[in-house]
Design a protein around this ligand. Structure first.
Ligand code: CS2
Length: 486
C-alpha cells in the first residue's frame, strides 16, 4: 500500500508527521525544479514554518522537464518521508508542505498562474547550474539556446525558469499584485545576481518597462544552501517500506546537517526564517565562496579521483588514508583564497565537513557528483586555482583534481570500466579532445571549453598530473603525490 493522506494513520506513531491542518495551508511558495534537494532542504524549512502555526507557506512544486516527481508524489497527496541518516542512526519525518506538483511542459499556463497568484510571496529555485542558460564565458544569457530563443519568441508559453518568471511577473504587474522575492538556491557564486540578470535580460526583450518594474520592486536575494542529499535508490524505498509499512515513492534521504544563508532582502512577506534556523545576512558571498570551494570543490575532486579509482561512494574515498590526506591537502591550498565570514571557524568547518563526507549511511555516489562537471568546475576548482596564482601559494592538489576531471573525459575508469559523460558540454569536450595528442594539449583543450585557460605554470601542472593519471592511474599518482604521509 502507498503512503497517502488516507493511509497516513497506518504509519507507526513514532514517525513524526504534519500536525497542522493541511487543508488550511495557503500556497505561499512556488518552487521551480522540485528534485530531491528541495524536498530535503527548503521544504523542510517551510515544513517547520507550517508546524509553528504560520500556514502561509505551502509549496507548489514545479518540474521544468519530466513528470517523474509528480508521478511519485501526487498519488501520495504530496506526502513524502524525509529520512535523515547518520551512521547507524536514522530518523523519519513525514512532510506535508508540498501541496501539488506541476509539470511545466504539460501545462505552462498552470505554472504561470501559480507564480501570478496573490497567495504567492516567494519563489525558490533549484534548477541546477545549467538551468540559468547563461554563457559561462560572458555571463550573458544564451540567446542561441533553443529554449531561450523559444521563450523570447513565444513568451506566454515559456520553457526556461527565467521565461516563466518574466511571464508571471508581467501578469502580477498588470494585476497590481505585490512583487515577489525570488531566491536562487543553486550552487553558484552570486546566484541571486545571476538569476536577476537572466530575468531582466529576458524581460527587456519583451518590454523594457516590465524590466524596470522588476528591477525596482522584486528582489533576488543571494542564498547559500547546504545539505547532502544523495539520489534515492529503489533499495532505499524498499528499506523504508519495511520500516513504515507503506510504500513511499517520493521519499528523500539526507544527512542531519542543514544550512541556509539568505541575503536579507525581501520584496514582501516571508516566514520568520530566523526562527527556523535560517541565517539572514547582508553578505552571502563569503559563505557561498567557502562552501563552494571547500565542500563542493572537495566533492568534485572526490568524484573524479575516486570515480576513476573505482570508489562508488564519497565515504569510500575519504575512508582511505590517501583520500583523507588528499582532501586535507586540497583544503590547505584553498583556505588562503577565502575571505571567511565572521562566524565561520574554518578549522571547525573542515573537521565537520570531513565527518559529513565519512557518513557511510548516505551512500553518496561519486557518479552523481561527477555529473555536469563543465558547469561546476569553474567556481569549485578553477576560481580557487586562479586565486592561488594571484596570491602565490601551492596549487598542486587543486591542479591534480582538475587533471582528474580532464582524465574523466576519456570515458573509462582506471580498470577500463566505461563511464557515461553526463554533461551539457559533453559533445564540445569530446570534439575538443579528439585531436589533442599530448596531455598538455588535452588539458588545454578541455579547459578552453570552460572559459579562460589557467596561466602557463598552472596549465603545466595540470598537464603533468594528467600524464601521470593516464599512465599510472589514480592510486599510484596519489601515493607518489602524498609521499610518505600516505
Ligand atoms: C554536490 C552537491 O552533486 C554535487 O555536485 O557537490 O550537490 C552537494 O552535495 C551539495 O551542494 C551539498 O550542500
Amino acid at each position: 500500500m502507498r503512503l497517502s493522506a488516507t493511509t497516513l494513520g497506518e504509519v507507526p506513531a513514532s514517525v513524526a508527521r504534519p500536525t497542522y491542518d493541511r487543508a488550511a495551508v495557503k500556497p505561499g511558495v512556488v518552487h521551480l525544479g522540485i528534485g530531491a534537494f528541495h524536498r530535503a532542504h527548503q521544504a523542510a524549512v517551510f515544513e517547520a514554518a507550517l508546524a509553528s502555526g504560520d500556514l502561509r507557506w505551502g509549496v507548489v512544486g514545479v518540474s521544468l522537464r519530466s513528470a517523474s516527481v509528480r508521478e511519485q508524489i501526487t498519488p501520495q497527496d504530496g506526502l513524502y518521508t524525509l529520512l535523515v541518516r547518520d551512521g547507524e542512526r536514522q530518523v523519519q519525518q513525514i512532510m506535508g508542505a508540498v501541496q501539488r506538483v506541476l509539470v511545466a511542459p504539460e501545462d505552462p499556463e498552470a505554472v504561470i498562474a501559480a507564480l501570478a497568484s496573490p497567495d504567492t510571496h516567494l519563489v525558490t529555485l533549484t534548477i541546477t547550474e545549467k538551468g540559468y542558460c547563461l554563457d559561462r564565458k560572458t555571463g550573458r544569457i544564451m540567446a542561441e539556446d533553443a529554449d531561450v530563443a523559444a521563450d523570447l519568441a513565444e513568451p506566454e508559453r515559456p520553457r526556461t525558469a527565467a521565461g516563466f518568471l518574466v511571464a508571471a511577473l508581467a501578469r502580477r504587474r498588470e494585476a497590481g499584485l505585490a512583487p515577489l522575492s525570488i531566491l536562487s538556491c543553486d550552487n553558484l557564486p552570486h546566484n541571486g545576481a545571476l538569476l536577476k540578470g537572466a530575468v531582466l535580460a529576458m524581460a527587456e526583450v519583451r518590454d523594457p518597462t516590465l524590466a524596470a518594474w522588476i528591477a525596482k520592486t522584486c528582489t533576488f536575494p543571494a542564498t547559500m544552501v547546504d545539505r547532502i542529499v544523495p539520489a534515492t535508490t529503489d533499495e532505499d524505498i524498499a528499506d523504508l517500506s519495511a520500516l513504515i509499512g507503506l510504500e513511499d515513492r517520493a521519499m528523500v534521504k539526507a544527512e542531519p546537517f542543514l544550512q541556509w544563508v539568505i541575503e536579507d532582502s525581501f520584496a514582501g512577506k516571508r516566514p520568520d526564517f530566523a526562527a527556523f534556523g535560517v541565517q539572514l545576512t547582508d553578505a552571502v558571498a563569503p559563505w557561498e565562496e567557502a562552501k563552494l570551494r571547500l565542500l563542493n570543490g572537495a566533492h568534485s575532486a572526490i568524484a573524479y579521483l575516486g570515480g576513476l579509482a573505482g570508489d562508488r561512494f564519497v565515504h569510500e574515498f575519504v575512508g582511505t588514508a590517501q583520500g583523507l590526506l588528499f582532501v586535507e591537502r586540497l583544503w590547505d591550498e584553498v583556505v588562503p583564497t577565502l575571505n571567511p565570514p565572521a562566524g565561520l571557524d574554518v578549522l571547525a568547518y573542515r573537521k565537520e565537513l570531513m565527518a559529513r563526507f565519512a557518513n557511510s549511511a548516505l551512500q553518496h555516489r561519486t557518479r552523481q557528483i561527477a555529473m555536469d562537471g563543465s558547469q561546476k568546475l569553474p567556481q569549485r576548482l578553477l576560481a580557487p586555482l586562479s586565486a592561488v596564482r594571484d596570491k602565490g601559494g601551492s596549487f598542486a592538489a587543486i591542479a591534480l583534481a582538475i587533471a582528474a576531471w580532464v582524465r574523466w573525459q576519456a570515458g573509462t575508469t582506471d580498470t577500463g570500466e566505461r563511464l557515461a559523460i553526463d554533461d551539457p558540454a559533453a559533445q564540445s569536450l569530446a570534439d575538443a579532445l579528439r585531436d589533442a595528442a599530448t596531455p598538455h594539449a588535452r588539458a588545454a583543450a578541455a579547459l578552453a571549453v570552460l572559459g579562460p585557460v589557467p596561466d602557463e605554470a598552472a596549465l603545466d601542472a595540470v598537464a603533468a598530473h594528467l600524464g601521470h593519471l593516464e599512465t599510472f592511474g589514480v592510486r599510484a599518482v596519489l601515493t607518489a603525490f602524498l609521499g610518505e604521509n600516505a
